[in-house]
Design a protein around this ligand. Structure first.
Ligand code: FAD
Length: 501
């Protein structure tokens, strides 16, 4: 059995450099890490909105957060705003963090449902510090010095420049001994005995060998697909969007502490504000809209002057049949793709790396380890897929053939079961450690008007006045806290303003 001494990472996008940084940090000099990338091929160049777990990743690397924000022109993200999804004119947010304060027996939202169904409680957002702060354009980091104050419940992520993040991680990884090779990989040499990849061949003829290969080559899946023919499970019948135009523009509309996702006739448009520019993209289904129409719609809906020519990206929703096959682990776009509606791709890079570290091979490869690794990867992406499908399927829109299709299409059983549970008594069940918690599902189910007939019967045991006082206390404490918070722009200016470019 071979000992893993050499790890070769093919690809230097976000996935490649996150892998190199994390493995060099955790494995130290136990292994020699080489990363190959090609400036001629370049990176996908998008991927700017994240979810809070990215903070964990940076913390493991020991990165100072203010320095990271400055270096990547980042801003803070408290929520995603969804416009025009359930109906044209609708507007709701999916905020990170908790809602209200749970009581001993039931989650907070069951009491809110009871009162809201009788028209005696305002909308859900009043009970979330993240959502109220996002609405007000405010931001600060969680402050736990005031006991139970909602200021301790603020949960945030970042919007950042993906190119700058990769550069930052490259410096970090190279300082820890990662060797970088510039050049194109032309093919992979596999062993006749077991089909493992032995080495990759560079355009100049050099062979780069190793025992473990991490495929971060993007959509092309150079090793996992082109060399090992692992196969791909196509989910485009549930997620028909297959293209995006992306373009940065000048800042306009202020430094919003949230991502905006506006539904369009055959997809949706993102707006991600950074310190030096705004990232925009129009994700659409080519079956329902032409490239020219999608291009024009994007340019007609920018906050400022475009700073480059829009770039067209093509993709297929789905996943690789095995993320780990033989001695190749796919990380990033090579492992599968879900559109960035809930900003989950970079998170899946992070969780795949964490999983690889948990199951890191030592002497040879253990099939049970690989099987469990793949099971966990499948579970994660399938549950995120369901959550994203919900945004399309839970709509009253029938104004275009696209919305008609997604509203009426068959959905996965796992999603149907979740929606059925909600419809009767507003129950939301988080299965195992799926990524999105009950409050994430709650906000989208409610925000997109999925009807709910009742609430948990135990919520009726408390006297109405008590419930009503409990709700209004929470809303007023949150509102007072938000009043005390600085604006997002003021927070950045005081703590982590980037260099002006
Ligand atoms: P890439 O960036 O494509 O990098 C591939 C690397 O492999 C490059 O360095 C390339 O040079 C190298 N390479 C390829 N072939 C060869 C070869 N033959 N020889 C040598 N090197 C080679 N994620 C989020 O979390 N949030 C978002 O808001 C978000 N928005 C997105 C919007 C769109 C439209 C798309 C398509 C994706 C988005 N993502 C988002 C996903 C995110 O962009 C990716 O997860 C992330 O950038 C990782 O990409 P990657 O490193 O896997 O691939």
């Amino acid at each position: 059995m071979e000992t893993i001494k050499k790890v070769v990472i093919v690809g230097g996008g976000t996935a490649g450099w996150m892998s190199a940084a994390a493995l060099s940090r955790v494995l130290g000099d136990k292994v020699q890490i080489t990363l190959i990338e090609s400036e001629d091929i370049g990176t996908v160049g998008v991927g700017e909105s994240t979810i809070p777990m990215i903070k964990l990743f940076n913390a493991v690397l020991g990165i100072d957060e203010n320095e990271f924000v400055r270096e990547t022109q980042a801003t803070f993200k408290l929520a995603i705003e969804f416009r025009d999804w359930g109906r044209i004119g609708d507007n709701y947010m999916h905020g990170f963090g908790i809602f209200g304060q749970d009581l001993a027996t039931l989650p907070f939202y069951q009491y809110w449902l009871r009162m809201h169904q009788q028209g005696k409680a305002p909308d859900l957002e009043n009970y979330s510090i993240n959502r109220m702060a996002a609405n007000a354009g405010k931001f600060m980091r969680a402050d736990r010095s005031h006991g139970n104050s909602p200021l301790g419940d603020i949960v945030s992520a970042f919007h950042f420049d993906a190119g700058l993040y990769a550069r930052y991680l490259r410096r970090y990884a190279e300082q820890r001994g990662v060797r970088r090779i510039e050049g194109k990989v032309v093919d992979a040499l596999t062993r006749a005995s077991d089909g493992h990849v032995d080495a990759v061949r560079m355009e100049n003829g050099d062979l780069i060998g190793g025992e473990l290969f991490i495929d971060c080559s993007g959509f092309r899946g150079l090793l996992i697909e082109q060399a090992l023919h692992t196969g791909f499970e196509d989910w485009s019948h549930w997620l028909p969007c297959d293209r995006a135009w992306a373009v940065p523009c000048e800042l306009g509309g202020g430094l919003l502490p949230y991502t905006r996702a506006t539904a369009r006739p055959a997809g949706w448009q993102w707006r991600i504000g950074l310190q030096h520019r705004t990232g925009n993209g129009h994700v659409y289904a080519s079956k329902f809209m032409s490239d020219d129409e999608a291009h024009a719609l994007l340019l007609a809906n920018l906050d400022g002057r475009p700073l480059a020519e829009p770039k067209l990206l093509r993709f297929t929703a789905g996943k690789r049949k095995q993320v780990w096959n033989k001695n190749v682990v796919a990380v990033g776009l090579s492992s599968g793709f879900l559109e960035p509606l809930e900003s989950t791709s970079i998170h899946m890079i992070q969780s795949t790396i964490a999983r690889l570290i948990s199951f890191f091979p030592d002497k040879g490869f253990s099939q049970p380890d690989i099987a469990e690794f793949n099971r966990q990867c499948n579970f994660e992406i399938e549950r995120i897929r369901d959550f994203i499908i919900l945004h399309y399927h839970a709509t009253e829109r029938n104004d275009t053939p696209f919305w008609d299709y997604v509203r009426t299409m068959e959905i996965p059983d796992t999603l149907r079961e979740k929606m059925d549970l909600w419809r009767t008594r507003g129950r939301i069940v988080r299965v195992d450690n799926e990524l999105f918690a009950e409050v994430g599902w709650l906000q989208v189910l409610h925000g997109q008007r999925v009807p709910v007939a009742g609430h948990h019967p135990l919520a009726d045991l408390m006297a109405e006045k008590e419930v009503s006082d409990y709700l209004s206390d929470i809303a007023s404490v949150i509102s007072n806290c938000v009043d005390q918070m600085p604006s997002h722009a003021a927070f950045i200016a005081a703590n982590c303003a980037a260099r002006q470019l």
